[in-house]
Design a protein around this ligand. Structure first.
Ligand SMILES: Cc1ncc(COP(=O)(O)O)c(C=O)c1O
Length: 386
């Protein structure tokens, strides 16, 4: 990461998009600022603390923007992220992924460096193994219980009794600190519009808050009721009973969010700069050098727009949307664009593509060029791996 804005990463001098080899990842600084400010203000207005997920970008400067005005806690999904952000001075980190015991030594090392590393469980066997490990090694961890609020990916059933038993077992351990309950409404991504998202947001809140009340009725203290996704927190009206939210994608947003009604396309901060490497007027196609390795093969919001393809095409400077062009297919390095007016784009011309899913597209790159219009103002390096 360079701290000196305006330096071109390849040449060392002031940079412009023209100097960049493609494909490369661009982050629009002004949009990132706006997205992070908006979400921080929203969390304040909803009277919850913001523990942003940093998985979308996995880099320190963007995480610092996300926590502005809040307590500084973050959410990660890998221990590589936890280690990297701990080393960068983030002191309160929640690893919001069912904890893999094979990584316990890593977790211990990280936990010793910071104020609090919180782990997540929903399996009795993991809880028992964690408890036994802490007993044998004299360690202590903060642990949250994952609750299934309707996504049905992971988490205890909030209506059943197993979750209650697990929480009681967790809270009874002298080596574990019960940090509270955590849910994620990933099913919000199946919504078609803002009204549907608001309904899922209310469900995420109600299911989790009610489960918290069941635990309290059992005599448990539930310090944190943590929920959140970008769609649900972006559109929730009221979060009574919730203490903490963990949206992440909003920092960059993407075509998926814009299509389901979480944001506008103008709010998408992340794009992939690509070059036209082939023009085939007879079959109405352009080939660009951004394939699946640059954009990911996330099929996008096909439940809303079956022909959405693999991203929205905009001009090199990001200012003009080429709504008549579609990224219709991807192979590993090739992107195929079809639509009216391909003759405007000779070989060597450049386009930006707003991806369906910015988290996955960003994960393909080892650096982001931070841009202001077509000027490169900085370069940020994300952490990768597990
Ligand atoms: C457990 C958990 N919390 C929070 C988030 C952030 O949600 P979003 O990506 O919608 O911002 C995710 C994303 O997958 C998640 O898995």
């Amino acid at each position: 990461m360079t701290d000196a804005p305006g330096l071109h990463p390849d040449t060392g001098g002031p940079g412009s998009l023209l100097d960049l080899r493609t494909p490369c990842a661009l982050v629009d600084r002004a949009i990132l600022d706006r997205n992070t400010e908006r979400m921080a203000a929203r969390a304040t207005r909803l009277d919850v603390r913001l523990r942003p997920h940093v998985k979308t970008h996995t880099c320190v400067p963007a995480a610092r923007l996300q926590v502005r005005g809040h307590f500084g806690g973050i959410t990660v999904s890998t221990l590589a992220e936890a280690r990297y952000f701990a080393e960068a001075g983030f002191g309160d980190i929640t690893h919001a992924f069912p904890f893999p015991m094979a990584a316990i030594e890593d977790a211990v090392r990280i936990a010793h460096k910071i104020e609090r590393l919180t782990l997540l469980v929903d399996q009795e066997s993991t809880l028992e193994a964690l408890d036994a490990f802490c007993l044998s090694r004299g360690e202590r961890f903060s642990v949250m219980l994952k609750v299934d609020c309707g996504y049905h990916r992971a988490g205890v059933d909030p209506r059943g009794d197993e979750g209650i038993a697990l929480a009681l077992r967790l809270a009874s351990s002298p080596h574990l600190e019960f940090g509270g309950i955590l849910a994620h409404a990933g099913h919000a991504y199946a919504c078609r519009d803002a009204d549907e998202i608001r309904t899922v947001a209310a469900q995420e809140r109600d299911v989790t808050v009610e489960f918290g009340a069941r635990l309290r009725a059992e005599g448990l203290e539930v310090p944190e009721v943590s929920i959140g996704s970008t769609p649900t927190i972006g559109l929730a009206d009221d979060l009574e009973g919730v203490t903490e939210v963990r949206p992440g994608n909003y920092a960059f947003h993407d075509v998926f969010q814009a299509t389901i009604g979480t944001c506008a396309l103008d709010d998408v901060a992340f794009s992939v700069l690509a070059s036209v490497v082939g023009r085939y007027p007879d079959r109405g196609a352009l080939i660009v050098d951004a394939g699946a390795l640059a954009l990911s093969k996330d099929p996008g919001p096909v439940h809303v727009d079956p022909d959405c393809g693999f991203g929205v095409v905009v001009s090199e400077d990001g200012r003009e949307r080429h709504g008549d062009l579609r990224v219709v297919s991807l192979s590993q390095e090739h992107g195929v664009i079809r639509g009216a007016g391909i003759e405007r784009f000779p070989v060597g011309s450049r386009l930006r593509i707003l991806p369906n899913h910015s988290c996955l597209a960003a994960a393909s790159f080892d650096r982001y060029r931070i841009v202001n219009g077509d000027e490169i103002v900085d370069e940020w390096r994300p952490v990768r791996g597990w």
